[in-house]
Design a protein around this ligand. Structure first.
Ligand SMILES: Cc1cc2nc3c(=O)[nH]c(=O)nc-3n(C[C@H](O)[C@H](O)[C@H](O)COP(=O)(O)O)c2cc1C
Length: 299
């Protein structure tokens, strides 16, 4: 339990440059894709495809693609930004403005004629030094049974991404989700470059690599449990949970948690145990029936 919580709290968005000389190791990538494979999906539809891109020329072409950061998108995003750590800690939702390119945080720059708007136009803004991109796709012609707008299918895709993200955190692989890849303009350019059929929708991209300098130190906030949890009727406060049991610290902000992940077990007042290396997990006695590999189901 302590290991799972430790990894969940430490999982974070790594927005800095990745080491261009260090491709994602085959065994790390294998473990990340294995995590995707076992993600829950509605009725076990497994409604996802993953396209790996690590060819240098392709990545360079993608960096030059232009996106449409619409004014509406920028305005809505702006509402989620805090301009100081104090503001973010008080709000407990959103992100620090300093994490984003200056043009994001300057309403003057959003006007289509503004010079600084060009800063927002290129996909390269979102992917400094990236040795690998994973594109998450799904067949837009299929949907989870009975799910209006395929909300359930989309939740399944979220589970796939979260599984990969947690495994990446566990392995020390930097991971950033990039939603700009579902922008129709970028999607069109990607289709042409990578031969993605029209029926497949590009949902988002995940940027993978080994961080040169981790962004672990930035403040990450979350609401307290009683702020989102209701008990028996909506609006009724749940019984108080002592959050200090899970995450001590006066502010409950998670930057400290990510920074101190190696010593977290002790701080959580739980027995400290090391996460098992992936190879050990794979060979552990918990067996799963591997249909894809044509295994016989155990009697
Ligand atoms: C569906 C989805 C889309 C996201 N899109 C982006 C994105 O385009 N760029 C980015 O840097 N982070 C993106 N994120 C990451 C969130 O901003 C991030 O998870 C959130 O701010 C919490 O920070 P943390 O991941 O460090 O805990 C996305 C996350 C999700 C789940």
């Amino acid at each position: 339990m302590s290991n799972v919580l430790e990894i969940i709290q430490a999982r974070h968005s790594e927005r800095g440059p990745f080491d261009p000389a260090r491709p994602v190791a085959r065994e790390d990538l294998g473990a990340i894709l294995e995590a995707a494979r076992w993600a829950p999906t509605p009725l076990n539809m497994q409604n996802f495809e993953i396209l790996l891109v690590d060819d240098k020329e392709l990545l360079e072409s993608i960096e030059r693609f232009r996106s449409d950061a619409s004014e509406a998108f920028l305005r809505e995003s702006y509402a989620q930004l805090s301009f100081s750590e104090e503001e973010l800690l008080a709000k407990k939702t959103g992100l620090l403005a300093s994490m984003f390119p200056p043009a994001w945080t300057d309403p003057e720059a959003w006007h289509p004629d503004s010079d600084s708007r060009s800063q927002l136009a290129f996909v390269s803004t979102w992917m400094p030094q990236t040795p690998m991109l994973l594109l998450i796709l799904h067949d837009a012609g299929k949907r989870a049974p009975g799910s209006e707008g395929d909300a359930l299918g989309n939740i399944g895709l979220g589970c796939v991404v979260e599984n990969m993200w947690l495994m990446s955190e566990f392995l020390g692989v930097g991971f950033q989700v990039l939603s700009a890849f579902s922008d129709p303009r970028v999607e069109r350019q990607m289709r042409g470059l990578l031969g993605v059929p029209d029926r497949m929708k590009i949902d988002l991209a995940c940027r993978l690599g080994y961080p040169i300098e981790s962004t672990h130190n930035s403040v990450r906030v979350r609401r307290r449990v009683e702020a989102f949890c209701h008990h028996n009727s909506f609006g009724s406060k749940p019984p108080m949970f002592d959050e200090d049991e899970f995450l001590p610290g006066s502010e409950h902000e998670l930057n400290r948690a990510t920074r101190r992940v190696s010593s977290l077990g002790a701080e959580l007042k739980m027995p400290q145990s090391k996460p098992k290396p992936y190879a050990e997990l794979r060979n552990s006695p918990v067996q799963v029936h591997d249909v894809a590999a044509g295994e016989e189901k155990p009697a």
